[in-house]
Design a protein around this ligand. Structure first.
Ligand code: BGC
Ligand code: NOJ
Length: 808
C-alpha cells in the first residue's frame, strides 16, 4: 500500500503521498453544483453544465499534470510553501489527503505549521466551501501570510480555450470587502456571476493573473507571494483570478479556522443591478452569511454524512472479505451516483466540453443507482424517452441543459432503443411503480406527439424487428454497444468522426450482440405487455424471441463461441475464419445472459472460450487476436494500436456480462474470480502498474497486446460502475429485485463461506444470512424461520422486516 489505504469506518480513501501514479480525484456536489478535486487540490467546478457554466479554468493534458483551478500558498517568514504539495511541490513533513463521500480533506505540514483544507459542496448550495484550519505546532509564535488562489474560467469552457481575440478583452471583476466577484459578461446577457469570499478581513487581494504571477511565471512561483505583498490588482480583460491575502498570527499550540466560499449566483433578469453598473450582491452576501462561522460548516458536513449514510444503508453486505465489503457498501455505489450526475461529461479524461448524455449510457447508468434515488431515476427515464423518435429509433445523445436530442450526432446506433426497455424494467423491478408505463411521454420532445411510456417500449422492441438483415439478425446501423465497430462507415479520410460520418447505404451488416440483447430483453418486455393487458403482444414478443434465438443458433454460432457480426459484404466478424478479431467478448456475455445455449452446452463452450482466449490476469480483453492494421470495413475498432480501447483492451464495462453469464451456468467461483481481477479495491497493490484511483473503476485497462499492459485509463465515468454493481450485488451475491419478489440466489464459489446482506426494497427491510456451503443445486431458503419454496421471496408490506436464511 505504497500510496494510501482505505479507512472503511470513515468511508474514506487515505492518500499518504502526493506522488501518486496519476492524479487521484474526487467529486463534490450532489445536485446542481459540482467540483472535481484531485489529491493535490487541482480541478474545477461548474454549475449544472461543465461546458457552459464553468467557474474555474483547468488545463487538460498539461505538463506538469494537474495544475490550475485552485491553489493555496503560505508564507512563513521568508519560507513560501503550498500545503497541498502542488503547485510548488513543497517538501512536506506530513501530507495526507482523504477523499470521502462528497468531501476531500488535504493536509500538509511544514516547519511546525499544519494547514488542513476541508472541501465540500453543502447540500442545497451552489457553492464549494473550504474550511482552512491552520495550527501552530511549534514552540514559537508564527506570523503567517496566506494567499488563496483561483483562476476564473470565462464561463463557456470551449470559448475560454479558443476565442482569445474576444476573451482577452471581456474579463471583469468587482471587489466588496473580503469578497471577489467574477462578473465577466454580466453586463450583457448573463445574469450570473461567481463570488469568492472568506469570512475574515483581508490584508489585500489580487484579481489579475499576470500581476499575481508575473507574465513568465508558473503557478509555482507567484511574484506576489514570493514578495509577500498583495497588489490589489483589478482585472480588466486578460485572465481574472481571485486571491485573498490573510495575515495570521498564531501562538504556540494555537489553531484558527477560516471559511472560503466559492459560489455561483443567478439573479432575476430584472434585478441584476444594485445601482447602474454595480452588480446585485444580495444573494451572494446571504450565501456567505450561511458560512460565516466554522460551526455552520460543521453542520453541513454532518448533514452530508447523514445523506450518504441513509443512501448507502439501502444495500449492504458483511463478508469475511473486506475488499468485497468496501466495494459493495461504499465505493461502487458512490461511483454509480457520480456517473449518474456527470454522465460522461467531466472527469480528468472527459473535458466537460464534448459529450452530452448518451441514450445508451444513461439507461445503463440507471442500473447502478436506481435503488438509491428511485425518484430521480424516474425523471431520468422520462427525459431519455422524450428524446426517442416515433419510429422507435433514438438520438444517440441529448443535451443536459435543454434535454433535447443532439442533431450533430443523430441516431442510427441500433442497440440504443433496447436499452430503454432494460432501464425501465430495472426501475419497475426496484420500485413496483408500474404506473410509469401509462405516463404520456413525447417523441422527439414534441408535445404534440406523445404516447404512453409503454408505447415507447413497444416501438423500441419493434424497431429491432423491423430492422433485420439477411440472416434474420438485427442490423447494426452505425454501431452497436461497441461504438467502434463501424461496419457501414468505410472512412478513409482523416478528421472524419467514425460515429457520425455518412454511412454507406446497405442492409447487410448485422449484430449478434443486438440479437442477444433482444433475447435478453424480450421476457421482461413480454411480462410488461401482459401487465398492461396486451396479452397478444406478450405472446408475439415471446415468439419473436424464440425466432431470434433460432437465428443466433443457425447463423450466430461459430463452433466454439458466438459470432460477433456480419459485415457490409456479409463476411463474418469474430469467427475462427477471420485472420484477426476471431472472438469478441460482447456476444458471449450477452447471449449467455439471455440464456442462449444454456440448455445445450454452447453457453459453457462459449464461456470456456472466453477463459482460454480472452481472460488475462488484469481482466478479460475485448477481442483476440487484436487488429494489427486498419480495416476500413470494420472502422474505428481497428484504428487503435493493439491492446488499447476497443481493439483488445480490457474494456471493463463488458467484463461483468461474462461474470453474470458465469452465474447463469452456475460457476460462481469463475464469476467471483473475474470480479476480483478488475474491482479496484483488489488492485491497490499494483497501483504502480494500474495507475488510476484504487477506489473507482476505469473504463479501460490496456490488454495483453499493449505496450503498457495493465495500465488503466478513463477512470470514474463509465458504464463499468453500474454493470459491476449489478454483477456483484444481483448475481454473485445474488440478491435482486424482480417484478414479484426479491430473488435470493447467491453464486459466489467457495472463497466466501458466509455473508449477510441487508437490503431495503419497496419499503421493507430484508436481512439475509447466507451459508455458502455449495451443497445444493438450488439454494434452500427459510423466510422468517419457515422453509420456503424456490428462491423468490414475495415482497413484504412496507415497514416490515423479513429474515431470510439461505443455504447454498
Ligand atoms: C471511443 C469509444 C467511445 C466513442 C464515442 C471512441 O473513440 O473509443 O469508447 O464510445 O469514441 O465517444
Ligand atoms: C464508451 C461509450 O460511452 C459507450 O456508449 C460504448 O458502449 C463504449 N464506449 C464501447 O464502445
Amino acid at each position: 500500500m505504497k500510496f494510501g489505504h482505505f479507512d472503511d469506518e470513515a468511508r474514506e480513501y487515505v492518500i499518504t503521498t502526493p506522488c501518486t501514479p496519476y492524479p487521484w480525484i474526487n467529486y463534490l456536489g450532489t445536485e446542481d453544483f459540482f467540483s472535481l478535486i484531485s489529491h493535490t487540490g487541482g480541478g474545477y467546478c461548474f454549475y449544472r453544465d461543465a461546458r457552459f457554466r464553468r467557474l474555474l479554468r483547468y488545463r487538460y493534458n498539461n505538463s506538469p499534470a494537474d495544475v490550475g483551478g485552485r491553489a493555496l500558498y503560505i508564507r512563513d517568514g521568508d519560507d513560501v510553501w503550498t500545503p497541498a504539495w502542488m503547485p510548488m511541490k513543497s517538501t512536506l513533513e506530513r501530507y495526507e489527503c482523504r477523499h470521502g463521500l462528497g468531501t476531500t480533506k488535504i493536509q500538509g505540514s511544514r516547519n511546525g505549521v499544519t494547514a488542513e483544507m476541508f472541501y465540500l459542496v453543502p447540500l442545497g448550495e451552489t457553492a464549494e466551501v473550504c474550511r482552512l484550519t491552520l495550527t501552530n505546532e511549534s514552540s514559537v509564535v508564527k506570523t503567517l501570510k496566506v494567499f488563496s488562489f483561483v483562476e476564473f474560467c470565462l464561463w463557456n469552457a470551449w470559448d475560454d480555450q479558443t476565442n482569445f481575440q474576444r476573451n482577452f478583452s471581456t474579463g471583469e471583476v468587482e471587489i466588496d470587502g473580503s469578497a471577489i466577484y467574477h462578473v465577466t459578461e454580466y453586463r450583457e446577457r448573463r445574469n450570473h456571476y461567481a463570488v469568492f469570499g472568506v469570512n475574515a478581513p483581508i490584508a489585500g487581494f489580487d484579481t489579475d493573473r499576470e500581476t499575481f504571477l508575473g507574465l513568465y511565471n508558473g503557478l509555482h512561483e507567484p511574484e506576489v507571494v514570493l514578495e509577500g505583498a498583495p497588489r490589489n490588482s483589478l482585472a480588466s480583460g486578460w485572465a481574472p483570478i481571485g486571491s485573498h491575502c490573510l495575515e495570521v498570527s498564531l501562538a504556540p499550540g494555537e489553531s484558527r479556522d477560516f471559511v472560503f466560499v466559492l459560489g455561483y449566483v443567478e439573479n432575476p433578469a430584472d434585478d441584476k443591478w444594485e445601482q447602474p453598473g454595480v452588480v446585485n450582491k444580495q444573494p451572494a452576501r446571504a450565501l456567505m452569511a450561511r458560512f460565516s462561522e466554522t460551526a455552520q460548516v460543521e453542520a453541513t458536513v454532518a448533514e452530508l454524512r447523514d445523506h450518504w449514510a441513509s443512501l448507502l444503508e439501502i444495500s449492504t453486505v458483511e463478508s469475511p472479505d473486506e475488499r468485497l465489503n468496501r466495494m459493495v457498501n461504499t465505493w461502487n455505489p458512490y461511483q454509480c451516483m457520480v456517473t449518474f450526475n456527470m454522465s460522461r461529461s467531466a472527469s480528468y479524461f472527459e473535458s466537460g466540453i464534448g459529450r452530452g448524455m448518451g441514450f445508451r449510457d444513461s439507461n445503463q447508468d440507471l442500473l447502478g443507482f436506481v435503488h438509491l434515488v428511485p425518484e430521480r431515476a424516474r425523471q431520468r427515464i422520462i427525459d431519455i424517452a422524450s428524446t426517442q423518435f416515433a419510429d422507435g429509433s433514438a438520438y444517440h445523445q441529448y443535451q443536459p441543459l435543454t434535454k433535447r436530442g443532439n442533431n450533430d450526432i443523430g441516431s442510427g446506433f441500433n442497440d440504443d432503443p433496447l436499452w430503454l426497455i432494460i432501464g425501465v424494467v430495472a426501475y419497475i423491478k426496484e420500485t413496483g411503480d408500474f404506473d410509469i408505463l401509462s405516463e404520456e411521454v413525447p417523441f422527439d420532445n414534441d408535445e404534440a406527439n406523445t404516447a404512453t411510456l409503454f408505447e415507447h417500449l413497444r416501438r423500441s422492441f419493434h424497431f429491432t424487428l423491423e430492422n433485420l438483415g439477411p440472416h434474420g439478425l438485427p442490423l447494426i446501423g452505425r454501431a452497436d454497444w461497441n461504438d467502434c465497430l463501424n461496419l457501414n462507415c468505410f472512412s478513409e479520410t482523416p478528421d472524419e468522426p467514425y460515429q457520425t460520418t455518412a454511412n454507406r447505404e446497405g442492409r447487410t451488416a448485422e449484430s449478434v450482440f443486438i440479437a442477444g440483447q433482444f433475447v435478453y430483453t424480450a421476457p421482461d418486455y413480454a411480462d410488461l405487455a401482459e401487465y398492461m393487458g396486451f396479452a397478444e403482444e406478450a405472446g408475439a414478443a415471446r415468439k419473436h424471441a424464440a425466432r431470434m434465438e433460432g437465428a443466433i443458433s443457425e447463423h450466430g454460432w461459430d463452433g466454439d463461441w458466438f459470432l460477433r457480426a456480419y459485415d457490409f459484404f456479409g463476411q463474418k466478424v469474430g469467427s475462427r475464419e477471420c485472420e484477426e478479431g476471431q472472438i469478441f467478448i460482447e456476444p458471449q456475455g450477452f447471449c449467455v445472459m439471455a440464456g442462449v445455449g444454456v440448455d445445450d452446452g454452447r453457453a459453457l463452450r462459449a464461456l470456456d472460450s472466453v477463459a482460454e482466449r480472452l481472460a488475462t490476469p488484469y481482466g478479460i480483453v475485448l477481442n483476440q487476436p487484436a487488429y494489427s492494421r486498419y480495416h476500413v470495413e470494420l472502422g474505428e475498432i481497428s484504428s487503435y494500436p493493439p491492446g488499447y480501447k476497443e481493439n483488445a483492451g480490457i474494456f471493463c464495462h463488458n467484463n461483468p456480462w461474462v461474470m453474470i453469464a458465469e452465474t447463469r451456468v452456475g460457476r460462481g467461483d469463475r464469476a467471483f474470480d473475474y470480479y476480483k481481477r478488475i474491482a479496484p479495491a483488489y488492485l491497490q497493490e499494483i497501483s504502480e502498474i494500474h495507475r488510476t484511483e484504487p477506489y473507482v473503476y476505469s473504463q479501460m485497462v490496456a490488454g495483453r497486446d499493449a505496450v503498457r499492459e495493465g495500465e488503466a485509463k478513463n477512470s470514474w465515468l463509465t458504464g463499468t460502475a453500474a454493470w459491476n454493481y449489478v454483477a456483484i450485488a444481483h448475481h454473485i451475491l445474488g440478491i435482486r429485485p424482480e417484478f414479484d419478489g426479491l430473488r435470493v440466489s447467491p453464486c459466489i464459489g467457495a472463497e466466501i463461506p458466509n455473508f449477510t446482506v441487508t437490503r431495503r426494497c419497496r419499503g421493507a427491510l430484508y436481512r439475509i444470512r447466507v451459508t455458502n456451503s455449495l451443497k445444493h443445486g438450488e439454494p434452500l431458503l427459510k423466510v422468517n424461520g419457515e422453509a420456503a419454496k424456490g428462491t423468490l421471496v414475495p415482497y413484504a408490506p412496507a415497514g416490515e422486516t423479513v429474515d431470510i436464511d439461505c443455504e447454498t
